[in-house]
Design a binder for this molecule. Structure first.
Ligand SMILES: [Zn+2]
Length: 247
């Protein structure tokens, strides 16, 4: 037990240190004092939680981005329409999120993604976002390296971007204190930040920690935007810090 505790302390110190060491020197083309944050929510929509998130975002007058799962979009079509009407960005994430199926080949992945895109198109009239978020992230280990490499090169060849995040708010955790201290330790290091959260129904920690996350970025002077309104210089910056099209 004692050994475990020591290990956890060392792990935490390494994480904090890695946050500090990785502070970038990129972004010369972005205005000196300009800082932007993109809040992103994956895997929804969910019947109650997504609505709660929208309420918090609207209360703070913030636009954010939802990487939607096709399955959940069909089940909760009213919520998808609500996200759309609220002026948030909706981006197709994946249809089934079943790793065995989607990562059996690049074709399986793109077939599954297409189903999600068609669902979003039928619900919102919008399709073809220039962004894609690969389930598990662009360097996930559930996918075989060859399949993952093929998926990434196909995305780049179709002139789209795959996007990861600068901060994972750890909303898979249920401990709110942990999430809130994590964002304060690892957030705010970059001129452009992309924050990963989840709005599946069981991710109640997302809602409970959201105001804290918003307050944190407000205190640091960040402007909140959605990915529909990203600027070219921000895309280039995110490429430089390996958040977009990470090799
Ligand atoms: Zn996902």
């Amino acid at each position: 037990m004692k050994k475990n505790k020591g290990f956890l302390v060392i792990l935490t110190l390494v994480l904090i240190l890695s946050c500090i060491i990785s502070k970038p020197s990129y972004g010369a083309e972005i205005g000196k004092d300009k800082k932007t944050v993109y809040l992103t929510f994956d895997d929804g929509a969910s019947p109650a939680l997504t609505n709660e998130i929208i309420k918090v975002l609207e209360k703070n007058n913030i636009k954010a981005t939802f990487f939607v799962e096709g399955n959940n979009a069909r089940t909760n079509s009213g919520v998808i329409k609500k996200i759309n009407e609220s002026g948030m960005s909706i981006i197709p994430h994946i249809d089934t999120h079943e790793y065995n199926k989607i990562y059996s080949s690049a074709n399986s992945y793109f077939d599954d993604l297409k189903n999600c895109e068609n669902t979003i198109l039928s619900l919102t009239g919008k399709s073809n976002s220039k962004f894609i978020r690969i389930p598990g992230g662009s360097d996930n280990t559930v996918d075989s390296p060859n399949v993952l490499a093929e998926i990434k090169s196909n995305i780049i060849n179709s002139n789209k971007y795959y996007i990861d995040w600068t901060v994972d708010t750890q909303t898979t955790q249920t401990n709110i204190d942990f999430i809130e201290s994590h964002i304060r330790e690892c957030g705010g290091l970059y001129k452009v930040e992309v924050v990963l959260m989840h709005d599946l129904q069981n991710k109640v920690a997302t809602v409970k920690s959201l105001q804290n996350t918003i307050d944190f970025y407000n205190e640091k002077g960040y402007e909140f935007k959605n990915l529909d309104n990203i600027e070219e210089c921000e895309i280039n910056y995110l490429k430089d810090i390996r958040v977009i099209n990470k090799k």
